[in-house]
Design a binder for this molecule. Structure first.
Ligand code: PHE
Ligand code: NA
Length: 520
């Protein structure tokens, strides 16, 4: 039968659930990786500009439109878009709000399993490896199956499969328990635990002093300077700022980290009551995520690598920093194994409170669109996401499957969805109506100039950034598609997934029309 009506337990619970979604691997791996890549301080300028002009306005907009859609009884983007924009195409445009979170889940859960596995390595004493960077390098390459496609499914890699299955089962149990009893409960416990352990690690890093007296340059102050100083020795401040790619990366990071532009917040806020404060909730969760990213993620990882291993070690990509450099850093610290265990447990908690949020939009859609029960919805979604994860894990050579999913879904589709949402909010729903709607039940009222930002600044910013991005990157990705079978197979899977959701949306539209007819 149809699922019973869902709702949140408390306002604090909703805010923590949204923070749980927001605070994730983006804060502790992706952000430090980008900041290091673009030389620390300079990156912070486009980052804060994107936070103000895209992140915060679109977060307000999603919370407000979600609550409005929920009042009409819809909890998924196809349903909510249809309420906001009564046009035949609107529910189909809403397919982006399903494929984005579901598609990201398919590879996010893989990284979640790595984190759990690394925490376990510290717990059983395999780590530290005590054999230099290459030891961690080959451990990581081997565990993630980077030497050849398909090897993760061989017997010698059964560890990976076991940890992946553990993550799958945990995610599905939490989702099955529903909003208040699952997502909200886990976030109410997880987020405080996460903040406390992150602060403990931060204090440890900031009290490292000058660990090697022979290398007086490698001290805490210089470590923080390396992270925060916009001026580097090789480049002037303005020179760094003229890098277009950095502006794109900063905007992408803002969406990723805030869980904005994913269809997740719109679903979460659709379960609010009509007078629940959306402005305060949105603002609080943005602030919490920014603190976790800038003050915790950013001040732990890069300074630690700089202080203990020197400036050369503080760079490297996302996975390099988190899975290779940091284990090496913990090796150099007193009681480093304990901190290693804490760090990867923290990453795992951050990851699981985010991955559960990626599942809720599709669950809501199955329940309201095709009328399946909670049990059937969770089963169907487990099956679909597992097929996707198998695709990602199978094409493990050089992590190509993960990379493809992250580009097409985690980058291209996010920009599309965010642009569509901001146009729907600013022009179709109407910026003034949006501001009036947001004011209901809220102690703060949105400043009037925000209407101008939502109508003009955000969409233009998004479209410009997106076009520049496509111009710079699309060519190489298309070339990869035509040269590389693994990339092509992953891409075909994405098309297949799109077809799956579009078919179900057609089904849902018929059902919603029938229901509207019965009500009349
Ligand atoms: N915001 C999460 C992070 O920073 C990632 C995420 C993306 C969560 C999409 C939910 C939806 O890691
Ligand atoms: Na985040």
């Amino acid at each position: 039968g149809p699922a019973k009506k869902e709702s949140w337990g408390s306002m604090l619970g909703v805010i923590l659930a949204v923070m749980g979604s927001a605070i994730g691997l983006g804060n502790f791996l992706r952000f430090p990786g980008l900041a290091a890549k673009y030389e620390g301080g300079a990156f912070m300028i486009p980052y804060f500009v994107a936070l103000l002009l895209l992140g915060i306005p679109i977060a307000w907009l999603e919370w407000t439109m979600g609550r409005a859609g929920g009042q009409k009884g819809f909890h998924s983007t196809p349903g909510i878009f249809r309420v906001i924009w009564p046009h035949r195409a609107s529910p189909y445009v809403g397919f982006l709000g399903l494929i984005v979170p579901v598609g990201i889940y398919m590879y996010y859960v893989v990284i979640e399993a790595w984190c759990l596995y690394y925490a376990y390595q510290y717990a059983i004493g395999t780590f530290p490896l005590h054999d230099g960077a290459t030891a961690y390098q080959s451990f990581f390459a081997d565990f993630t199956g980077q030497s050849a496609n398909g090897i993760l499914f061989g017997f010698e890699h059964s560890n990976f499969i076991v940890f992946l299955l553990i993550c799958y089962v945990l995610n599905m149990i939490i989702i099955y328990r529903g909003l208040a009893g699952g997502i909200e409960l886990v976030s109410m416990i997880g987020i405080p635990v996460l903040f406390v352990s992150a602060v403990a690690i931060l204090v440890r890093v900031l009290t490292l002093g000058t660990p090697d007296p022979a290398l007086p340059e490698q001290n805490v102050l210089n470590g923080l300077g390396f992270m925060w100083n916009p001026q580097t020795e090789s480049k002037s401040f303005l020179e760094s700022l003229s890098n277009g790619e950095m502006w794109l990366a900063a905007a992408g990071q803002i969406f990723f980290t805030l869980s904005v532009g994913f269809g997740v917040i719109i679903t979460y806020s659709s379960y609010l009551k009509k007078d629940d404060d959306v402005v305060l909730s949105a603002t609080t969760s943005v602030a919490g995520n920014t603190f976790a990213e800038v003050a915790l993620g950013g001040m732990i990882t890069i300074p630690a690598a700089f202080i203990l291993l020197g400036p050369a070690a503080a760079g490297g990509g996302t996975f390099q920093l988190g899975f290779i450099t940091l284990p090496l850093v913990f090796e150099q610290m007193p009681i480093g194994s304990l901190f290693g265990f804490l760090w990867f447990s923290l990453l795992f908690i951050a990851a699981i409170t985010s991955s559960i949020s990626m599942l809720q939009p599709a669950i809501a859609f199955f329940e309201e669109g095709i009328g399946t029960s909670r049990r059937a919805s969770v089963t169907l979604l487990s099956f679909v996401t597992f097929v996707g994860t198998v695709v990602v894990a199978y094409f493990s050579k050089g992590l190509i499957g993960l990379d493809q999913m992250d580009f097409w879904i985690g980058t291209v589709c996010i920009f599309l969805l965010a642009t569509i949402q901001v146009i729907l909010g600013g022009w179709v729903f109407g910026a003034d109506r949006l501001i009036a709607e947001a004011r209901k039940g809220s102690v703060l009222s949105l400043p009037r100039w925000i209407a101008f930002v939502i109508r003009f600044v955000s969409p233009v910013y998004l479209i410009v950034v997106f076009i520049v991005w496509l111009y710079q990157n699309l060519g190489s990705y298309i070339e990869t598609l035509s040269n590389d079978d693994s990339a092509r197979m992953t891409f075909l899977f994405i098309l297949f997934l799109s077809g799956f959701f579009i078919t179900l949306i057609a089904q849902a539209v018929r059902r919603w029309k029938r229901q509207a007819g019965e009500e009349r």
